[in-house]
Ligand binder design. Structure first.
Ligand SMILES: [Zn+2]
Length: 103
């Protein structure tokens, strides 16, 4: 079954799609958006472009340097989003493994 529905910005699968150790059962999982790792690579790409324009950025200490600091401060939440794992739709615990009947 490939049909899915949105739930609070995350995607929940309709079918049983993971094993939850806390429930000790095969459960429906809620998966994070799968493209956060790509967004993270794009973030580092933008940082590379900023490094190429560092003479311009360093010449403007009033706006561009604080803006760069603000941009760099997004790395922590972005790392957290990229590290999210599928969770159990029933109890909210981590359910990174596939269902037992598929293993
Ligand atoms: Zn569970």
């Amino acid at each position: 079954m490939t049909e899915r529905f949105e739930e609070g910005g995350r995607r929940a699968t309709v079918a049983v799609s993971g094993y939850c150790p806390r429930c000790d059962a095969d459960v429906r999982t809620v998966r994070p958006w799968p493209h956060w790792k790509r967004v993270r690579y794009g973030f580092f790409g933008v940082l590379g472009v900023a490094a190429m324009f560092s003479p311009v950025i360093l010449a403007d200490g009033c706006m561009l340097i604080p803006s760069l600091f603000l941009f760099i401060s997004a790395l922590g939440p972005l790392n957290g989003l990229a590290a999210q794992q599928p969770t159990c739709a029933r109890c909210g615990g981590m359910a990174p493994e596939p269902p037992r009947d598929l293993v």
